[in-house]
Design a binder for this molecule. Sequence first.
Ligand SMILES: *Cc1c(COP(=O)(O)O)cnc(C)c1O
Length: 382
Amino acid sequence: MSPREPGFETRAIHLGQEPDPGTGAVVPPIHLATTYRQEGVGRSQGFEYSRSGNPSRRALEVQLAGLERASHGFAFASGLAGEDALLRALLRPGQRLVLPRDAYGGTFRLVDQVLAPTGVGYLTADLSRPQDLAQLLAPEVRLVWAETPSNPRLEVLDIGALAQAAHGAGALLVIDNTFATPYLQNPLELGADAVVHSSTKYLGGHSDVVGGFVATNLDWLAESLAFLQNATGAVPSPFDCYLVQRGVRTLALRMERHCANAARVADFLQQHPAVEQVNYPGLPSHPGHELARRQMRGFGGMVSFRHRGGEGAATEMVTLTRIFHLAESLGAVESLIELPARMTHASVAGSDLAVEADLVRLSVGLETAEDLLEDLDQALDR
Ligand SMILES: *Cc1c(COP(=O)(O)O)cnc(C)c1O
């Protein structure tokens, strides 16, 4: 009988985090050195220059790749730096990618304003119907990019079906797994070819570090990513790697509470007269609920809703909460509230990805659930 594999929590706490062999310190030290002494020319102990690689970044990459069930992982200075490397590795001028209707605004901006002028084309599609994808996938379409659950409408996409459709047309599938985290969903196991994360969000988890991560099981893609990570140099500092690694040690516990609190918030909002429509995959009324049950281990900590009073009321309401901070970003211990159309998704205004002006997005944090409900209640009632 083969030994049982360690569970998620054990891997999160131990992968890439052996006690320091020199001192026994149970927390690996942060390696600030920019360069590493060589025994002879070209004879290093595995590290030469810190941009190319260092023990702190390696430790984080081993930890996160293990959690995403990937053989290769690469840490970047931000989620967008990781996306940039991945897009450069996968697309040449003349080729195209498919973007979903609902995507992180910065991803759209990167493709539309940085990549497109270099000759890489894109089209947007409703990825909730993977069966329609085949007819869009002309030979020059090399890549399908998807987020699930999506930002900010919390749409759930069928990763397995998208992978099958993409692969059938000779394209690859990338999943932005920032909202779900590897605790709730492992896209590579469902057929995706690469996964990207903004580790600024749940992985770091405390609103104090910006970072990105890319994982894959494709050796050729890993080779290209390793080259680009070094050649373009958008690498995280050793201290930032430490902060993300520290956050990930408690990811499982945090996600359990994020999910529980978000479920309470979604239930509450659904019954509130000032709320028009609640987007949360955990609600049985959500169109992606059954799919999320199959594909995910929990429904996540993000909730969005439309305010019945329209844009004006929504704009006012997000300034009235006392515990939820009005701020961009998500995935940390403290609860945040924002208006996507004017904040996180301002860069998609006027495009196919534009979001409703009365949509409010919540990143439900780890505070006491009753306090969060009371806070939303007083802000909606004013
Ligand atoms: C924040 C975010 C990104 C970009 O990550 P940065 O770390 O801010 O560069 C990408 N995708 C999603 C879903 C995000 O929320």
